[in-house]
Design a protein around this ligand. Sequence first.
Ligand SMILES: Cc1cc2nc3c(=O)[nH]c(=O)nc-3n(C[C@H](O)[C@H](O)[C@H](O)COP(=O)(O)O)c2cc1C
Length: 267
Amino acid sequence: MIETIMDRKSVRSYDGKGLTAEERDKMLEYSKNIRTPFGIEAEYRILDAAEYGLSSPVLTGVDTYIAGKTEIKPLADVSFGYGFEKLLLYAVSLGLGTVWIAGTMDRDAFEKAMELKDNEFMPCMSPLGHPAARRSMRESLMRKGVGADSRKPYNELFFEGTYGTPISDAKYQELKDCLEAVRWAPSAVNKQPWRLVIDGDKIHFFEHRDKGYKLANGMDLQKVDLGIAVCHFDLALDEKSSGHEIVIDEPGLELPEYTEYICTFRL
Ligand SMILES: Cc1cc2nc3c(=O)[nH]c(=O)nc-3n(C[C@H](O)[C@H](O)[C@H](O)COP(=O)(O)O)c2cc1C
């Protein structure tokens, strides 16, 4: 899993050949069994572009998408991030390309295809298909624009004891892979809003918010990013069979503005 997480990159250019029936079945089967840490589950559907008139201006060579919808309620955004990322990592492990898309799509058409109800929201969708041999020019420019091949350094993301105190390099070597899995998570506009505070055997996750990611329905796209980071950390820790749990255990730390507690891993 750590290898899949570290090798994953967004794919916006596809070979035009679509999914095999077996790949489609595997994705659907896997999607039915996803469980999130907060008990809030989403419904996922595979959608054909031609049937519903679906499109995205940033994608080429794709005719199949996967999207999810969930009830609007506290932690639904974080939960969606966790569950959909698990699903997309499974797709990557099957050799498929994926990319989280929240903005650059015909949202009305996708929401109609998902039969969205008033109390539900569809944070994102992803194309599903086989990557083209070369990235489109538009995709290469987009990656450059958001610095998709780099991430913030360790000392800006990972703290020890108090919020803002960078972890010392020599410590936490046993957690290094798991922290790297968080650092390389995908996020909207590559903003990486996750911040972690390590405190003994507890690791607290926080959201450091940017302006403009709150949605009209009260949900928060950067909390979806946090769910992705939690998913990566959870899967990477699983690989070390640490027997950890994810809980809400607000540590009451002094926090800067626009910063919010999300959840805690107990090792
Ligand atoms: C919640 C979320 C929403 C995103 N929305 C879009 C989008 O609307 N259009 C797009 O081209 N990429 C979108 N992305 C992809 C990010 O731009 C991409 O993950 C980031 O630049 C890092 O690149 P990488 O995934 O190749 O590591 C989104 C990613 C996330 C996590």
